[in-house]
Design a protein around this ligand. Sequence first.
Ligand code: FAD
Length: 402
Amino acid sequence: MAQDSKHFKYLLIGGGMAADKAAAGIRTVDQTGTLGIISADSDAPYARPALSKKLWVDPDFKETDTDFKTAAEYKAEIFLNTTVTAIDPQAHTVTTADGTQFSYDKLLLATGSQALQIPGPASDLAIALRSKADYRKIRAFSGQHKQVLVVGSGYVGSEIAAGLIQNDTQVTMVISGKRIYEDRFPGYLSEAYQQKYLDAGIKILTTAYAKNYEVKDGKVELHLASGKTLVGDGLVLGIGGRSNFKLGKAAGLATDHDGIIVDEQLKTSAPDIWAAGDIISYPDKILGRQSSAHVNHAVKSGMIAGKSMAGAAVTYDYTPSFYSWVFDISWDALGHISSQMQMYAEKLPGNKSVVYYFDEHGLIQGILSWNSKVSLNHLRHLLKKKPTLSQLQQVLPLEKVE
Ligand SMILES: Cc1cc2nc3c(=O)[nH]c(=O)nc-3n(C[C@H](O)[C@H](O)[C@H](O)COP(=O)(O)OP(=O)(O)OC[C@H]3O[C@@H](n4cnc5c(N)ncnc54)[C@H](O)[C@@H]3O)c2cc1C
């Protein structure tokens, strides 16, 4: 251990959703071991999904309500605005951007994802939404009937567009497909989704590609591949994220295309180093080796990693779900859902559906629950049984959908 290094029994890199739950997991087993969290973020751990949803549509829900209070809840020392630049697994040390060294007995990597960008200058008027600081900047350039451009129709783009239009903001969306979520949902559902946006007054430019942007005289100019330029008071990019596992990879941990390879206890290939959340490639009991950039996975894997670090004999044997909600639509999904697969829907009264996704061999790959109250545990159990299409058709009134 270096003389001037700060030592923790448990050291967590990343101050996001997985790290907060890892701290909780550690404290279920070990109430006294020293616990440090190093985070590049300017805010202590918070509920990230609220940044594009609840904070925009629930007037009683305030920014402070997103705060997990991790330091007080789990007796953790948190170092904010601090980026880890290197890990030495042999020496059990990590180094931060300002050269400070920390040492550990047990280390967790939970560095999450990075929002993708398009070319353009760094500006408070052009935000690839990921953090609370980003949320505040979007607040600052929206409202008062201002014009905001939103690029992308994944959950960040679609949710923030819905949130903005409900906050006295004019919204133009630029989406690469013909409809929001046409890549995931059958046509009748993506049409219903899109219609909600149009009814709310959102303009949608379809099959359009945002190329780059400029900031001039307090406005953002967004240039499209078609040659068209859109002008707004602000720009939000919701064009997806990239798993942020380069730190672990540089430290020599085993990785694959999707992230840091962990076993079922969420241990990496290096002694005394665990990983959780968006950055891991993990063995899913139902789906095989997976990665998942979703909150349900982040909190469940974080909890198991924390318990495992503190010595509990636990395994991550949970198949996570993912979800979104906008306007009066909410959906949850398990496994892989892609409109390229064969899709069969069980249409339920009141505009509710459960859609089953099959691969070319008729094997079930995923399930979407659309506005339905069907229990996710029930659907998870069903996915686990891996029914064939014909087996499922014998018990459910399924309709083929495109
Ligand atoms: C706006 C928004 C809405 C979302 N909504 C949904 C939703 O509706 N449903 C859903 O399933 N998922 C949603 N997600 C995804 C979900 O929030 C993530 O999957 C989850 O936060 C991942 O948790 P994590 O702990 O792995 O990473 P994060 O929560 O991203 O935390 C990573 C942390 O690591 C820190 N960090 C990164 N690199 C370093 C470094 N080198 N040194 C120190 N610290 C570092 C970051 O600053 C951050 O604190 C949403 C995400 C966003 C951004």
